[in-house]
Design a protein around this ligand. Structure first.
Ligand code: C5P
Length: 245
């Protein structure tokens, strides 16, 4: 159930270069799978959630912006557009600067994750409104090692075990009270810090974040191998996985 008095802005990130797709597609965000573009799956899930009053779409270049705007129903939604930056954190910073000034809660989502669900979007929004920050996440099931270089054969390292019971994998959307994340990103920018997710921007501030355990796959289309996995899941769920409530 969404709180209609909250002003919620979703920053939808589509500004990446997709280098790790190794040329498998010219733009992974626009790539069709099971009849819909990767972008459209995320956008439809956000629309179905009814949690969001405004979208900031962070795009890569003008031709991509034109294609993305063709996927958004006219008049149905408030949308602002802003150009992405060199790295993801530069794109997020641009997106934050483009949010309406009366935004209470901002959701930041990688459009490369098409399996996001409306209920996950609603949960993370409510949680950030109450706690300040929240994230869709999964408990780690693999054993993870931290590596340090070791002279010798290729792929030979010294390994340091990490306590798996304390490890979670962060997904998106990540959601924040707007003032909290906007000022944190100003500091990131001033320090020239390189971060790969948005929670990293508030990490030093000792702020507690509510993790919302995601029982569903929410993978990020990153390498060509992910295409087959995503296609399989979307086919199995008859395109309905992210319209679930
Ligand atoms: O490259 P990767 O898939 O990890 O990027 C995660 C998300 O961030 C994608 O949706 C991508 O379009 C976006 N991104 C961006 N600007 C960048 C790099 C990535 O908007 N400079």
């Amino acid at each position: 159930m969404s709180d209609r008095s909250l002003k919620v802005t979703a920053i939808l990130l589509a500004g990446g270069s997709g280098n790790r797709m190794q040329g498998a597609t010219s733009d992974k965000i626009l790539m069709p799978l099971q009849g819909k573009s990767i972008f459209q799956y995320s956008f439809d899930a956000f629309q179905a959630s009814q949690a969001v009053s405004h979208y900031v779409i962070v795009y890569r270049d003008q031709p991509q912006r034109e294609q993305l705007s063709g996927l958004i129903p006219p008049d149905s939604t408030e949308v602002s557009w802003t150009l992405g930056g060199k790295e993801r954190h530069n794109s997020v910073h641009n997106g934050l600067k483009a949010c309406p000034s009366d935004t209470d809660v901002v959701l930041i989502h990688d459009c490369a994750r098409p399996l996001v669900t409306p209920s996950a979007i609603e949960s993370v929004t409510q949680s950030a409104s109450t706690h300040g920050s929240a994230c869709i996440a999964k408990k780690v099931t693999d054993t993870i090692k931290q590596i340090s270089p070791s002279p010798g054969a290729t792929n030979t390292y010294r390994l340091q075990g990490l306590d798996r019971s304390k490890l979670w994998a962060m997904e998106t959307p990540q959601a924040f009270r707007y003032e909290l994340i906007a000022s944190a990103y100003e500091s990131v920018s001033r320090r020239g810090q390189h971060i790969t997710d948005d929670l990293s921007a508030i990490e030093g501030d000792q702020i507690a974040t509510q993790l919302i355990e995601n029982g569903r796959p929410n993978i990020k289309l990153t390498t060509p191998e992910d295409i087959h996995f995503l296609d399989f899941i979307l086919q199995k769920t008859s395109n309905s996985i992210n319209s679930e409530q």
